[in-house]
Design a protein around this ligand. Structure first.
Ligand code: NAD
Ligand code: IPM
Ligand code: MN
Length: 357
C-alpha cells in the first residue's frame, strides 16, 4: 500500500492538493491500488500552529512515507519572520536538503488545446516539449549567507555560490540519461563567461558528454537561454542547469505552456521523492477557488511514474488532463473566449471523472 504524505502548506496549497488526491484516488480505483494518505503541516501553517515551519513530526512523516505531495509554502504573513523561521528558508529548502533531493525535474509541455493561451505565436510555440533538470541542493541557495557592517558604515550582504564536481556530475548524468529516453539533446546552461562555478560546471558536463556520444550536447549562456526560450522553444529537449538559473528559467518556460499553473515538478535523488508544482502559494488568488490545480495533478502523475513505477496510472492522469482541456474546460488563468470557466474543485472533479471514464 503506497504511503503518500500530503503537505498542503499555505495559500492555494490547501485548494490544489485535494484535487490531486482526487486524481490519485481515481487511479487507485481504476487499477485497484490502495493509497494511504496522511497529512502534515508545513510552512506558515505549521509556524502558526506550532511555532516552526518544519516541525520534527512533519520531517519524520516525510522520511517514513513512500512519496510526498506538496502544495506550496510562504506568503506575506510570514515574510518578516527571522530568516530561519520563514517558510522558504526554514522549511522548503531544509526539507529538500535533508531528503537529498538534488534533482528537480520540471517538464514544460504545451498541451495543444492551450496553444492560444500561450503568450507566444502558435507557430512558434507549437510542439514545445522540453524538460528542465534543475540542480536543487547547491549553489546560492545553500552557500554561506552573511550580513555585516563594513568600515565606512555601509551594510554588506554576502551569498556564496559553490559547486563541487560530484554535485555537477550527478545532476549531469541524470540529464544525459533522461535525454537518451527523449530526443537525445542536452543544453547545459551556465554563465561560464563570468562565474568560476560555471566554468567548473562546463568542464564537468563536457567531460560527461564523452560518455554519452549518442546525446548531442550544447552549452548556452543563461542570458541567451532566456531569450532563446521565447524565440524558439522547440529547439530545446533537456536543459540542465544550476539551482538559481533553473528556478528562473522554469518560471519563464511555464508561461509558454499557458500558465505557471500548468508546470509540474518532481524533486528526486533521495530515498523519498517530493512532488510539487513549480508555482508558489499565489496569495493574490488564495481562498477563491481560482487556482489551477493541473500543475499539482500532473505532479501526482510524475509521482506514479517515478516513485511507484505506475506508468499506466501516470498516463491515465495525463490523458485525462488532455481530454478535459480538449473539451474546453479552463480555470481563470488559462481562460480563453468560447471556453468554459470552472473552479479549482470543478477542474479536479473533471480530471478524476475522465480517469475513471
Ligand atoms: P506565485 O507562483 O505564488 O505567484 C505568481 C503569480 O502566478 C501570481 O499572480 C499567482 O496568482 C499566479 N499563480 C501561481 N500559481 C497559480 C495557479 N496554480 N493557478 C493560477 N495562478 C497561479 O509566486 P510569488 O507571488 O512570487 O510568491 C508567492 C509566495 O509563494 C512567496 O511566499 C514565495 O516565496 C512562495 N513560493 C513558494 C513556492 C513553493 O512552495 N514551492 C514556489 C514559489 C514561490
Ligand atoms: C520553487 C520556489 C522555491 C525555490 C522558493 C520558494 C524557495 O521558487 O520551488 O521554484 O526557489 O526553489
Ligand atoms: Mn521558483
Amino acid at each position: 500500500m503506497p504511503d503518500v504524505l500530503l503537505l498542503p502548506g499555505d495559500g492555494i496549497g490547501a485548494e490544489i492538493v485535494p484535487e490531486a488526491v482526487k486524481a490519485l484516488k481515481a487511479v487507485g480505483k481504476r487499477y485497484q491500488i490502495r493509497f494511504r494518505f496522511r497529512e502534515a503541516l508545513i510552512g506558515g501553517a505549521a509556524y502558526d500552529a506550532c511555532g516552526h515551519p518544519l516541525p520534527e513530526e512533519t520531517l519524520r512523516l516525510c522520511e517514513e512515507s513512500d512519496a510526498i505531495l506538496l502544495g506550496a509554502i510562504g506568503g506575506p504573513k510570514w515574510d518578516n519572520l527571522p530568516v530561519e523561521l520563514r517558510p522558504e528558508m526554514g522549511a522548503l529548502l531544509p526539507l529538500r536538503k535533508k531528503l537529498g533531493l538534488y534533482a528537480n525535474i520540471r517538464p514544460a509541455l504545451l498541451f495543444p488545446a492551450l496553444i492560444e493561451a500561450s503568450p507566444l505565436k502558435p507557430e512558434i510555440v507549437s510542439g514545445m516539449d522540453l524538460v528542465v533538470v534543475r540542480e536543487l541542493t547547491g549553489g546560492l541557495y545553500f552557500g554561506t549567507k552573511k550580513r555585516e557592517f563594513v568600515d565606512n558604515g555601509d551594510e554588506q550582504a554576502i551569498d556564496t555560490l559553490v559547486y563541487r564536481t560530484g554535485e555537477i556530475e550527478r545532476i549531469g548524468r541524470l540529464a544525459f540519461q533522461m535525454a537518451r529516453k527523449r530526443r537525445k539533446k542536452v543544453t547545459s546552461v551556465d554563465k561560464a563567461n563570468v562565474l568560476e562555478s560555471s566554468r567548473l560546471w562546463r568542464d564537468v558536463i563536457t567531460g560527461l558528454g564523452r560518455e554519452y556520444p549518442d546525446v548531442q550536447l550544447e552549452h548556452m549562456y543563461v542570458d541567451n537561454c532566456s531569450m532563446q526560450l521565447v524565440r524558439r522553444p522547440t529547439q530545446f529537449d533537456v536543459i540542465v542547469t544550476e539551482n538559481t538559473f533553473g528556478d528562473i528559467l522554469t518560471d519563464e518556460a511555464s508561461i509558454l505552456t499557458g500558465s505557471i499553473g500548468m508546470l509540474a515538478s518532481a524533486s528526486i535523488g533521495g530515498k523519498v521523492a517530493l512532488y510539487e508544482p513549480a508555482h508558489g502559494s499565489a496569495p493574490d488568488i488564495a481562498g477563491q477557488q481560482k487556482a489551477n490545480p493541473l500543475a499539482t495533478i500532473l505532479s501526482a502523475a510524475l509521482m506514479l511514474r517515478l516513485s511507484f513505477g505506475m506508468e499506466e496510472g501516470a498516463q491515465a492522469i495525463e490523458a485525462a488532463v488532455r481530454q478535459v482541456l480538449d473539451e474546453g474546460y479552463r480555470t481563470a488563468d488559462i481562460m480563453q473566449p468560447g471556453k468554459r470557466q470552472v473552479t479549482t474543485a470543478a477542474m479536479g472533479d473533471l480530471v478524476a471523472d475522465r480517469i475513471l471514464a
